[in-house]
Design a protein. Structure first.
Length: 278
């Protein structure tokens, strides 16, 4: 029997998820919580194997709660429940963390349960099973066993939580870029330019460049007024222009602070001149 705790500050959401879970054979809903403090107390007392955890509770972030439980050695398998948009959900996908997107659909929940069962069975067959007993506590006859989820690399698990938190709570004026399983937050002021490369868009800073899935049109909207479309293939940070070189047909070449040279097209030269008062 899989012991499950539901954590959501909205009663209708708890009722809905609880109802769906109780329809699945082998699931026991051992408790419900409406706040971060309540979650911590119930996990410590009920020892659930699985925690369905709303990412936003009134008094705490679900990520912070997961981190605190991990630090205490109370490690139920966490399934984050979120109503965030698709880009934020990518934070969970990238970090291989289970999640459910609201509103919850029966088919998606069933898939999650299958993954949970396989994970717990694998942990059990590997001998990763412990009773949650305090040395000084009196023995209780009906205290449940909890299959402990012990990550191979605890530091990596905490790093995953940090990256999810950053993705869901981005610092203003920073661009989110995913690369090699990590989410980087790049201050827009450090970006020199963006350019099309092999049907993708490369974002360039003085220290590094990143190949992204953004379009130049999307970046123009995201990065704001410091950036100007100077060419169909280039978006330039006007604050990072080191010099401007007059070129053929009354156009210009821009020398950026990394010494890279960017053309200003005839189509864009008028708006560029107006922007810089040339």
């Amino acid at each position: 029997m899989m012991r499950v705790l539901i954590a959501d500050d909205e009663r209708p959401a708890r009722d809905e998820l609880g109802y769906l879970l109780r329809q699945i054979e082998g699931i026991e809903v051992v408790g419900e919580a409406a706040s971060g403090e309540d979650v911590l107390a119930q996990v410590r007392g009920l020892y659930p194997e699985v925690l369905f955890l709303d990412i936003q509770l009134p008094d705490a972030s679900g990520v912070d709660i997961a981190r605190q439980l991990f630090i205490e050695g109370m490690n139920p398998v966490v399934v984050f429940v979120t109503a965030f948009d698709q880009y934020a959900v990518e934070a969970f996908d990238i970090n291989a963390v289970d999640y459910l997107l609201k509103p919850i659909h029966e088919e998606r929940l069933a898939e999650t349960i299958v993954r949970l069962q396989k994970r717990l069975e694998s942990a059990n067959s590997s001998g990763i099973e412990e009773k949650i007993e305090r040395a000084s506590a009196p023995k209780k006859e009906n205290r449940p066993e909890q299959i402990m989820r012990i990550p191979d690399q605890p530091v990596e698990f905490l790093e995953k939580l940090d990256m999810i938190y950053q993705a869901l709570n981005p610092t203003p004026n920073k661009l989110k870029i995913e690369e090699n399983g990590r989410i980087y937050l790049i201050p827009s002021s450090e970006i020199l330019y963006a350019t099309i490369e092999d049907r993708l868009v490369r974002v360039v800073t003085e220290q590094k460049s990143y190949l992204t899935n953004y379009t130049l049109n999307e970046l123009e909207e995201i990065l704001g007024s410091s950036f100007h479309r100077v060419h169909k293939s280039y978006l330039a940070n006007v604050d990072q222009i080191e010099s401007i070189v007059p070129w053929f047909n009354n156009t210009y070449n821009l020398i950026m602070k990394d010494r890279y040279e960017i053309p200003v097209s005839r189509t864009n030269v008028k708006s560029f001149r107006q922007r810089l008062g040339l």
